[in-house]
Design a protein around this ligand. Structure first.
Ligand SMILES: *Cc1c(COP(=O)(O)O)cnc(C)c1O
Length: 437
C-alpha cells in the first residue's frame, strides 16, 4: 500500500503509519480517538492470536502435551479472555474475580489454576465448588484446603508452588523467585509439603508450579527454572505422587524500548527450556502435561493507549499535559517502565524537540514518558503510548476521582467497545448515604 510504513521505531506488524497517521490493524488511531473519545485503550485481536500461536507452536514443536494458561491479571477483560478460551487456553487466576471471569469466558475448569499466596477460606471453597485445581503456597494453606474439601465431602487436586531461590534480571518488584520472595516453598523443603499432602485425607497432589518473575529478557533463568522443576518433580514422583502437570509459569519479556531492547522469541525460550524439560521428565520416567502461564508476552504489544494533549508548557523543559496518567497506566511510575510514544497525527514528521509526557493526576511523579524526541506537539494532538496491553488497564484506578476509560477491540475490519468508559455517576455508585448525613 502506498504511504504505508512500519519502519519507524521498529513497529510490530499490526502497527503501521499510513498517510502520516498511526494505524492499529486497519484502523486509524486518530479516527478511533475522535469517535470514542480519549483516553482510550485499543487492542488488536489478531495480534493476540499471532502472539499465542508463536508461543504455543514453539513449545509443541518439542512436546505434544502442552497446555497454555493465560495469566489473567495481565488483562482481565472478558473479551480478551474469550479470545484465549477460543484458542484453547485456560488461565492462571489469582483471585475469585479472575476465576469467575475465566469460567464466564468459557474456559474449562481443568485448564485453570487458582494461584496466589494469600487465599481466603471463601476462595478455597470456590475452587473446590468449581472443580478448579489450587496451587498452594504453604503447608498451612494446604491444611485449610483439606479442611474445606473435607467439610464439603469431596477431594481437591492441587500443586505446590516451588521457590527456586534464583536471582532474576528484572525490576525487583517483579522478581518473584528470589530466596527472599514471599512466594512459594523452597525447593529444599517442598518434599515435606508433598509428604504432608499425600497424608492429608482430602487433598490429591497432581502438579508442581513455579513462576520466577516478569519481564525477563534472558532465557537462561528459565532453563535454570526448568532444571529445578524437573529435579523436584523426580523427588515427588519417588514419593509416589502421580504428577499430571509441571507448570513453568510466565515471565518472558517484551522489548518496551524498540530501539535498545531485544527480547528472546518464544522459539528461543523453547530452545532453552525444552531440552532441559524433556531430559528431566524422561529421567523421572513421567509424561506430565507442560503448563505455561504467559501474560505479557501474549498481550503486551497488542494494545495502544490513546491520550489527548490538553496543553503544552515550556519551562525548564517542554511538558505535554495529556488526559491519561498513572490512574490508567501505572507502569512508568510503579516500575520506572519505558513505553514508546508516538504522535499519532504526525507519526512520520521529523523530531522537533524533546518532550516529557505528563498525566493529569495531582502528583509530581505522574509522568508517562521522560524527555522524548518527538515531532512538534500541540493542543488536541493524539498521543499513542505503545505496548500497554499487559498491566495497563488491569492496574488502573479511580485515583483523583477520575472514571476509568473505555477499551476497544479491533479485529480485521471490525471494531467494537469491550468496556465502556466509566462516568462521573459511576464514581458514586458504590458509595453509601450515611444515616446521620
Ligand atoms: C503474573 C504471573 C504470571 C504472568 O507473568 P507475565 O510476566 O505476564 O508472563 C504467570 N504466573 C503467575 C503465577 C503470575 O503471578
Amino acid at each position: 500500500m502506498s504511504g504505508t510504513t512500519n519502519v519507524c521505531m521498529n513497529l510490530p506488524p499490526h502497527l503501521t503509519v499510513r498517510e502520516g497517521r498511526l494505524h492499529i490493524g486497519s484502523h486509524d488511531t486518530v479516527a478511533l480517538a475522535n469517535k470514542y473519545g480519549t483516553p482510550l485503550y485499543v487492542t488488536d485481536e489478531q495480534r493476540i492470536r499471532s502472539n499465542f500461536a508463536a508461543y504455543h507452536d514453539a513449545l509443541t514443536g518439542y512436546y505434544d502435551r502442552v497446555q497454555m494458561l493465560y495469566a489473567a491479571k495481565a488483562n482481565g477483560n472478558l473479551a480478551v479472555l474469550k479470545v484465549f478460551a477460543d484458542l484453547g487456553a485456560g488461565a492462571d487466576v489469582f483471585s475469585a474475580g479472575e476465576l469467575y471471569l475465566a469460567l464466564v469466558a468459557g474456559m474449562k475448569p481443568e485448564h485453570l489454576l487458582f494461584n496466589g499466596s494469600s487465599k481466603t477460606p471463601d476462595d478455597l471453597k470456590l475452587a473446590v465448588q468449581k472443580n478448579v485445581r489450587v496451587s498452594l503456597d504453604s503447608v498451612d494453606e494446604m491444611m485449610q484446603l483439606n479442611e474445606v474439601a473435607r467439610a464439603m465431602g469431596t477431594t481437591v487436586e492441587c500443586s505446590f508452588r516451588v521457590n527456586p531461590a534464583m536471582e532474576v534480571p528484572t525490576h525487583p518488584k517483579i522478581a518473584t523467585g528470589l530466596a527472599t520472595s514471599k512466594f512459594g516453598i523452597h525447593a529444599g523443603e517442598i518434599i515435606d509439603a508433598y509428604r504432608a499432602a499425600v497424608e492429608a485425607t482430602n487433598i490429591v497432589p497432581v502438579g508442581l508450579h513455579c513462576h520466577i518473575g516478569s519481564q525477563i529478557l534472558d532465557v537462561a533463568p528459565f532453563a535454570e527454572e526448568a532444571a529445578v522443576l524437573v529435579k523436584v518433580a523426580k523427588q515427588i514422583t519417588d514419593l509416589g505422587v502421580n504428577l499430571r502437570f509441571l507448570d513453568m509459569g510466565g515471565g518472558l519479556g517484551i522489548p518496551y524500548n524498540h530501539m535498545t531492547e531485544v527480547a528472546p522469541t518464544p522459539q528461543e525460550y523453547a530452545d532453552a527450556v525444552m531440552p532441559v524439560f524433556m531430559d528431566g521428565i524422561e529421567k523421572a520416567g513421567i509424561r506430565p502435561e507442560l503448563w505455561v502461564e504467559p501474560g505479557r508476552n501474549l498481550i503486551g504489544d497488542s494494545t495502544v493507549l490513546l491520550t489527548r494533549v490538553n496543553s503544552v508548557k515550556r519551562t525548564h523543559k517542554a511538558f505535554v499535559n495529556v488526559d491519561a496518567g498513572f490512574n490508567l497506566l501505572a507502569r512508568p511510575v510503579m516500575y520506572d517502565a519505558y513505553h514508546e510514544v508516538i504522535v499519532a497525527d504526525r507519526a512520520e514528521a521529523a523530531p522537533a524537540g524533546t518532550y516529557t509526557i505528563t498525566g493529569p493526576i495531582c502528583e509530581t511523579g505522574d509522568i508517562l514518558a521522560h524527555d522524548r524526541m518527538l515531532p512538534e506537539v500541540s493542543f488536541g494532538d493524539t498521543i499513542a503510548i505503545l505496548d500497554t496491553g499487559a498491566y495497563g488497564f488491569s492496574m488502573s484506578s479511580q485515583y483523583n476521582s477520575r472514571p476509568r476509560c473505555a477499551e476497544i477491540m479491533v479485529n480485521g475490519g471490525m471494531e467494537a467497545p469491550m468496556r465502556r468508559a466509566e462516568t462521573i455517576i459511576d464514581l458514586k455508585m458504590t458509595m453509601e448515604q450515611l444515616p446521620w448525613q
